[in-house]
Write a protein that binds this ligand. Structure first.
Ligand code: FES
Length: 248
């Protein structure tokens, strides 16, 4: 695809902005980030766009392209029809700092609230043994590049900004699930998943899974199993009795 395209880019800061059309050259094999860089090198040298690896691994270049949350560095220009206007806007769920750059720090604040891996002190380094199934489960969750496209698309915070403080989004519910399912983690994370990270808000629409650039099965492999564990705890007769007499 050699030629030109119309790139419609959101420009602005401090909550104010507008879409601006640019005509930009496109070369064979390029991705949206290449074209944004060409725009920076030509008509819009002050365009703010965050990126780092250009390999789909750092999670920095998350934007919305024609309304769909995507990594700019992994979205090929030949995805679009010749002559189609390509609209690039910042992630809608997070406050915009400038142009295409968002403030995603609320996610990191939520991450810091998660109690860290808590192994049994009696298990010494070198004594950990995990089944292959447990290793694979952990590895899938560890593929996350923290692009926050899943949190961006999640309607719980996308459409209800006031939920941000008490809903960690798919990214960090998956982290809680990862630790909860780790065979050597001794902490019971089911109560905080529900009460502090807002697991109950998730109604498993799978929007997060659909946009994950690492194809992590967030809903099926993390959120639903975590919900099942929370339900098991809640309806455990001993836990129920404990709640009734004020022990738990
Ligand atoms: Fe690193 Fe796109 S620049 S994921």
């Amino acid at each position: 695809m050699n030629g030109e395209t119309t790139l419609r880019v959101w420009r602005g800061e401090g909550g104010e902005g507008r879409l601006v059309d640019y005509t930009v050259a496109v070369e064979e094999g390029e991705v949206v980030l290449d074209v944004l860089h060409r725009l920076q090198a030509t008509a819009a040298p002050d365009l703010a766009v965050r990126w780092n690896c250009k390999a789909g691994k750092c999670g920095s270049c998350s934007v919305e392209i024609n309304g769909r949350p995507r990594l700019a560095c992994m979205t090929r220009m030949n995805l679009f029809a010749p002559g189609e206007t390509v609209t690039v806007t910042p992630m809608r769920t997070f406050p915009v700092i400038r142009d295409l750059v968002c403030d995603v720090s609320a996610n990191y604040r939520k991450a810091r609230e998660i109690p860290s891996f808590t192994p049994d002190p009696a298990t010494r380094p070198g004594e950990f043994r995990m089944s292959q199934a447990d290793v694979q489960r952990q590895q899938e969750f560890r593929k996350c590049i923290e692009c926050f496209l899943c949190n961006n698309v999640c309607h719980v915070i996308r459409d209800h900004e006031d939920n941000t403080a008490h809903f960690s989004g798919p990214r960090y519910l998956m982290r809680v699930a990862e630790l909860e399912m780790h065979p050597y983690d001794t902490a019971d994370r089911r109560k905080i998943a529900q009460e502090e990270f807002g697991l109950g808000y998730c109604n498993i629409t799978k929007c997060c899974t659909e946009v994950c650039p690492e194809n992590i099965q967030i809903t099926d492999n993390a959120l639903i199993p975590l919900k099942e564990r929370v339900a098991d705890r809640r309806y455990d007769p001993l836990v129920w009795l404990g709640r009734r007499i004020g022990l738990r």
